[in-house]
Write a protein that binds this ligand. Sequence first.
Ligand code: G3H
Ligand code: 13P
Ligand code: ZN
Length: 326
Amino acid sequence: MSDTVSYTELGLANTREMFKKAVGGGYAIPAYNFNNLEQLQAIITACAETSSPVIVQVSKGARDYANETMLRYMALGAVRMAREMGSNIPIALHLDHGDSFELCKSCVDSGFSSVMIDGSHLPYEENVKLTRQVVEYAHQHDVTVEGELGVLAGIEDEVQAETSTYTKPEEVEDFVSKTGVDSLAISIGTSHGAYKFKLKEGEEVPPLRFDILEEIERRIPGFPIVLHGASSVLQEYVQLINNYGGKMEGAVGVPEEQLRRAAASAVCKINIDSDGRLAVTAKVREYLSQHPEEFDPRKYLGVARKELIKLIKHKNETVLGSAGRA
Ligand code: G3H
Ligand code: 13P
Ligand code: ZN
């Protein structure tokens, strides 16, 4: 295999067909982040066993961690593993939060079937220009592109409720038509990580801004929308972590019923990273605490992988609605 490889040679699919079906079918494609073997095995096993299309995604940091060449062959291995399980689910390999043309190009050249160019922090016209440049290159290779408008709030900056950070619906038509992107990530109140909302005693998680989502949908009907920062931060894992020596006070995420509502709308890709991290950390902490004599990584990573499979099946079946849609 040469240094430059098309994703089709790896048996991967781009996201075009997946999104078309998801938008029409009222469900969302899961996009699970991974950095290592056990996470990828768990994602593929759970999605093959639930017959769910899947996007496996890699951040810039994950790509540095895992190694670019290793990732290509992991993706090839993931596809083969699914096929050996007798499953024909479509699998996309996606760059999450690409921050430059060069990084996106390098991913296209090394076998990714989809890339995100995140110009959301740039002034609007610069975001359009950069995104357009990535689309022009990626489309020559039939690789799909996700762009972003609006900035996901950080818990620490206290501007979570300010409309300026949310996607401006009046910009979406112009952005989509000028850039040619295949999907659009928006900001409607989610944020990355395990501390999404700062809640006072007795306070409930504020609802996502479905009014903004509906306005976006009205302006670009049928266009695939992506929701980042969509982990639910399941409290059973937070408690396990805290019970076994961890310290994650105040960790809170997006309630599952809100994600279900989003998945039934124009949102056709839902990004989940933190929930997987929590499941793995909870199980590793619990196992090592209960088996202090153990030092075989297969033991503690094995229980973590098993839990991750359970979690992903649950997401596909009862939250995103992607189970049985492959
Ligand atoms: O959106 C961010 C993802 O959760 C990836 O996080 O940059 O720590 O790999 P990372
Ligand atoms: P979470 O941190 O909520 O899992 O979001 C992940 C994400 O958006 C990856 O791009
Ligand atoms: Zn994200």
